[in-house]
Design a protein around this ligand. Sequence first.
Ligand SMILES: O=C(O)CCC(=O)C(=O)O
Ligand SMILES: [Fe+2]
Length: 345
Amino acid sequence: MYESANVSDDADRTAFRRAEKKYKLYYEKDSKFSRRKKLPKPIDLSELLDFKLISQDFNNNGVLPDGIRVSKVDSSPVFCIENRPGFYFIPGALSLEEQCKWIKESLTNFPQPPNRTNHNAIYGPIADLFDSAKDNKVLVQEDLTNNKWKFYEEDDIAKAKQSSCKSVSASVLLRKLRWSTLGLQFDWSKRNYDVSLPHNNIPDALCQLAKTHAAIAMPDGEEFRPEGAIVNYFGIGDTLGGHLDDMEADWSKPIVSMSLGCKAIFLLGGKSKDDPPHAMYLRSGDVVLMAGEARECFHGVPRIFTDEKNAEIGALESELSHESGHFFTEYIKTSRININIRQVF
Ligand SMILES: O=C(O)CCC(=O)C(=O)O
Ligand SMILES: [Fe+2]
């Protein structure tokens, strides 16, 4: 599912694949700037749905583009796409304060054991990754036979080098953090929930937030039960390939998906990858729900924007640096985090 920049694509077999390729980050090859600074190739953004603009237009003039409906007009509107029943878009659902809170949690607490991350397979459980990165620590392999790793102060690293232990800096590991799992642990190798793995419940505040936003997509009289969540971390050039989330038992229940940090392009395809996808922006604070038929639709993230103009995180950056210092801000300047919350059973 995950890809990094510079991976060459297969043939453009499907409409979904062609859209992924259209929006993905490629760099100019022969730019005169190329030796100093890699220059992203320009892309055509004219076909993107922009729910922030749609929302402004709706609030000011009561008009909607063809094919877009409003599902509920409460304090803020929830938008639907006519030919994608079960898909809901809530622009700016999270306040700046909420965005800051969940960015910080995603970097500090969510990757803590027993929650699993993409690093588990190589290093085993890693505690305190964020603080260790902040303190310039280095993870050193202490015991080759049992694959045991431990953080050391940078100054102690000479010892490790002498004894030719493998080592990797915490800041590199933080940059390479691609996912963590909350609540019931999802096993990516088997693409299944492994209920035998130790786990903590999803934090109450996150459950409450998910329940509130899920309500509009829930079958009448039922309340959403958050049981598992996957946190995706995107750096420059990272993408999430077209996929279905089909390991949950009851597809009438929504996946609640929150966007944090740099703006992204989201592709919502149909039930076949041959169906041309809708492309739309996802900004920090947007919430998307996928329930019912939309659970059967291929979707993915071919692009995040990390340049100042397109990332659209000015307000978030100043709020975050104001309340939490520059380390979180530096991370989020070139990153996007997505928290998607699921009812598993
Ligand atoms: O990053 C996103 O917005 C989508 C994430 C997603 O589809 C997933 O984790 O299954
Ligand atoms: Fe997904």
